[in-house]
Design a protein around this ligand. Structure first.
Ligand SMILES: [Zn+2]
Length: 465
């Protein structure tokens, strides 16, 4: 049996997840993520694949986050004609997220082309368009968790719940040749135990070769603090002050978690009936996909549903879609909770809410996700003031708070618990999807747990198993 692995993306970094597996002449891509970074580098890497797209037979997508699925339409536009395999919930999330991405690609190239036009240069084409997305979606074959399917002659694959995002999967490849079998596990992004809505990651056993993420390979998350208790105190605060609680949040995943927490607080009679607004068309569409996939819910959320509650709908919650209604929120007096994207305040409707709300010392801005360096969100968290929004300067008077307990990635201990939970030490491990120090720290821990050959591959590295 001949198995070759090539690590094309998310090797010694966390973006652009893409790994190639060649098994006895069949070429499979694990993930086809968008590379996100500096514009020029991203432009080059997302357009130019390090292989001929038509040489790929199948693509397996671990989950819908854009750094794992977002370059699929580009692969299709450039000649891929095979099948795309993923879970039904990921297929539905890809539908809305790839469309949103195509829209953003269009905007991005418009901006670049305006400058090129001024310099009399030939305009660029967008990375991909909505037509490419339509074509991509038509090539997806959804496969539920736990159903083995043939990936290549002699090789089956099975999705198991990764507990990271709705529909997210760890993928187990079982390659058989005569009496020899190799079990290869690709974690995609691994989630955590006891997170809202989603199931805990499903433990897979007896793995020979592991390809594991390492986003938090050297870090430990703070203990899951009392998220509901803190949300409750913020809501009581703004209720009494007639103020606003403004929550920047990613549209897919985090927004649904916050809504679910607020719903439980409200149903349990623990908070006053403050109007809550989810102001993001993408969030609204993503929530529809969540409603469609109760098979992905953990037992608590399923019980909540069985008791006649709608996890993502309640009396004082409104989903805002039109721009006019969104603008009306700016003039509205408190108390109110406004949840809007983007999560790091790099664009989207949150910017308008911050512009109107940051100057009021009674308001609270609550961050519920990671804020990368050089983002507006990070500047606000670090108490920079004044800050600039749409080219204008604003003093930050509002109170700034952060809930750090909601990371969707396993930390070092949780990754190691999962790896040692496989029963016997793996023979070979490849540590990917992390900054170099994170990957190396995790690699060391895996080695110490008894694994044979553990490597942190560089981009483009090829290994024959
Ligand atoms: Zn992810």
């Amino acid at each position: 049996m001949s198995i070759q692995l090539t690590f094309h993306g998310a090797a010694q970094t966390t973006t652009g997840s893409m790994h190639r597996v060649d098994i006895n002449g069949t070429s499979i891509l694990l993930d086809c993520g968008l590379f996100q970074g500096h514009r020029k580098e991203a432009f080059e890497r997302n357009r130019n694949f390090p292989f001929a797209p038509k040489s790929i037979d199948r693509v397996v997508i671990s989950h819908a986050h854009i750094d794992h699925s977002g370059n699929l339409p580009s692969l299709v536009r450039r000649g891929f004609t095979g099948t795309i395999l993923t879970t039904p919930a990921t297929a539905d999330l890809c539908d809305i997220m790839l469309r949103d991405s195509a829209y953003l690609q269009g905007k991005d190239v418009e901006y670049v082309n305006r400058r090129r036009q001024a310099q009399n240069k030939v305009p660029f084409e967008p990375l991909y368009t909505e037509a490419d997305v339509d074509q991509t979606l038509s090539m997806i074959q959804p496969v539920p968790y736990g159903n083995p399917f043939e990936l290549a002659p002699g090789t089956t694959a099975t999705f198991h719940d990764a507990g990271h995002l709705l529909g997210s999967a760890v993928t187990l490849l079982q390659c058989t040749d005569g009496d020899k079998t190799i079990r290869l596990l690709f974690t995609g992004d691994l989630g955590r135990h006891n997170m809202p809505i989603l199931n805990d990651p499903e433990q897979v056993q007896d793995v020979d070769v592991l390809i594991t993420e390492s986003t938090y390979g050297s870090r430990l998350h703070p203990p899951i603090a009392d998220v509901m208790g803190r949300l409750k105190s913020f809501i009581e605060d703004i209720y009494h002050q007639h103020a606003k609680l403004i929550i920047p949040s990613f549209s897919v995943g985090r927004t649904q978690e916050i809504v679910y927490f607020l719903n439980q607080l409200y149903k349990q009679g623990r908070t006053p009936p403050v109007p809550i607004f989810v102001d993001s068309p993408l969030s609204t569409r993503a929530t529809e996909v969540y409603r469609k996939h109760p098979e992905c819910f953990d037992p608590e959320t399923s019980d909540f549903l069985l008791n006649g509650h709608q996890p993502f709908n309640f009396h004082n919650l409104t989903y805002v879609t039109s721009t006019e209604d969104s603008m009306r929120l700016n003039e509205r007096k408190g108390p109110a909770v406004i949840i809007a994207s983007s999560g790091m305040c790099e664009g989207g409707r949150i910017l308008h809410h911050l512009k109107h709300g940051l100057g009021n010392a009674r308001n609270i801005v609550l961050f519920v996700g990671y804020q990368a360096a050089n983002t507006l969100g990070r500047r606000i968290v670090e108490h920079e003031s004044p800050i600039r929004i749409f080219g204008e300067s604003y003093e930050v008077q509002a109170r700034i708070h952060t809930i750090n307990a909601l990371s969707a990635h396993a930390d070092r201990q949780e990754l190691m618990d999962y790896i040692t939970g496989m029963g016997r030490p793996v023979r070979q491990a490849f540590v990917i999807h992390g900054e170099l120090t994170q990957s190396e720290t995790l690699a060391r821990a895996i080695r110490e747990s008894g694994a044979g050959d553990v490597r942190v591959p560089a981009p483009g590295d090829t290994v024959t198993l």
